[in-house]
Design a protein around this ligand. Structure first.
Ligand SMILES: Cc1ncc(COP(=O)(O)O)c(C=O)c1O
Length: 340
């Protein structure tokens, strides 16, 4: 399937801005930092999944779907954006979500799922998500409906292709702004579609930057073994003859902390610093951990003060409302007079 010909159900406000973060650069003593604002994709508080869902929802429609089913953690931004996308497309949405209890606080993304009227199925065993989703699909089929399964994170070749397209959008902005970034920082997750699409896009478009992923769950080797084949499935789906190997996928795994979703001290400081320099809201699960990696690379001199870097803001801020116990203590002080 040619990228330009992929059917798209319009959901996102594109292009998202590419904005200089001058106050943050100054606070860190350089380099020039550009933020690619995919938190502003515009669908029910935005985020990276909106790009993927444009293609995935179009595919669901092409297959005559009545329902979309997807899965994630209870604070999944992907589930929230899927619930919103389904509404716009006139589809029903079932979300299979794992939580630590079967009666989680209805806050953050889960609150938005409720407002959007998704059918939420909360389970406590994450390993049973796929099985539960398949079971829901069987039930729906028996009732005469047509379910369409969207993988966790929207991360298959169709979803990841959206970040190949996003690479061309970003390159257009880089050229227009006369910028020459040496690195692009993004979140690397175990679903991996965003990093896979960006890594493939980078190789395809011959970009000036290297894509640096920061792991928010799991060791670099594990993530590379997911992201590299996904990038290659995407290349195959798009009819491209290029392929990636694991050396094309750069992942830093020292900023993950104890586990997925557990805020680190450095990520809380990144939330504080970005809010108080740029009024930029990061989340403790994805973007703040990624930012903590980029900040560390700046502070340790791995990124030179004369370089330009792009930070991909993939969204996720609704999750701050679900982790106030970690966040509130780290935000003490007015921040008006203090140095960031
Ligand atoms: C805010 C945010 N950033 C990054 C990611 C990771 O994206 P991907 O699943 O494409 O790796 C997610 C996934 O849910 C997310 O919600």
């Amino acid at each position: 399937m040619n990228l330009a010909e992929m059917p798209k159900f319009p959901l996102a406000q594109l292009p998202t801005p590419l904005m200089p973060a001058r106050n943050l650069s100054a606070a860190l003593g350089g380099p020039e930092i550009l933020i690619k604002r995919d938190d502003l994709t515009g669908l029910a508080l935005g985020g990276n999944k909106t790009r993927k869902l444009e293609y995935l929802i179009a595919d669901a429609q092409a297959q005559g779907a009545t329902h979309v089913i997807t899965m994630g953690a209870v604070q999944s931004n992907h589930c929230r954006q899927t619930a919103a996308a389904a509404r716009l497309a006139g589809l029903n949405c079932v979300l299979v979500m794992n939580a630590s209890s079967d009666d989680p606080d209805i806050q953050g993304n889960l609150l938005l799922d409720h407002i959007l009227g998704a059918d939420t199925r909360v389970i406590t065993d994450k390993t049973k998500r796929k099985e539960t989703a398949l079971h829901v699909a069987e039930e729906l089929k028996e009732q005469g409906y047509v379910p369409y399964q969207i993988p966790g994170g929207g991360s298959n070749a169709i979803g990841a292709a959206s970040y190949v397209a996003a690479t061309y959008e970003l390159m257009t902005q880089i050229i227009e702004q006369g910028a020459s970034p040496s690195r692009l920082y993004t979140t690397s997750s175990a679903s991996g579609g965003t990093h896979a699409g960006l890594a493939l896009g980078a190789k395809l478009a011959g970009v000036p930057y290297a894509v640096h992923g920061v792991s928010i769950e799991g060791p670099a080797d594990e993530l590379k073994s997911i992201i590299t084949p996904l990038a290659n499935d995407t290349a195959e789906y798009l009819g491209l003859d290029i392929r990636l190997d694991e050396s094309d996928v750069i992942i830093h795994d020292q900023y993950t902390g104890p586990a997925y979703g557990v805020a680190t001290e450095e990520c809380l400081q990144a939330i504080r610093m970005c809010a108080r320099t740029e009024a930029l809201l990061l989340d403790p699960v994805y973007t703040a951990k990624t930012m903590s990696g980029m900040i560390d690379h700046i502070r340790t001199g791995e990124i030179g003060s004369d370089e330009t870097v792009v930070f991909l803001h993939t969204g996720g801020a609704p999750a701050v409302f679900a982790d106030t116990d970690s966040i509130i203590p780290a935000m003490q002080g007015s921040g008006i007079q203090e140095k960031p």
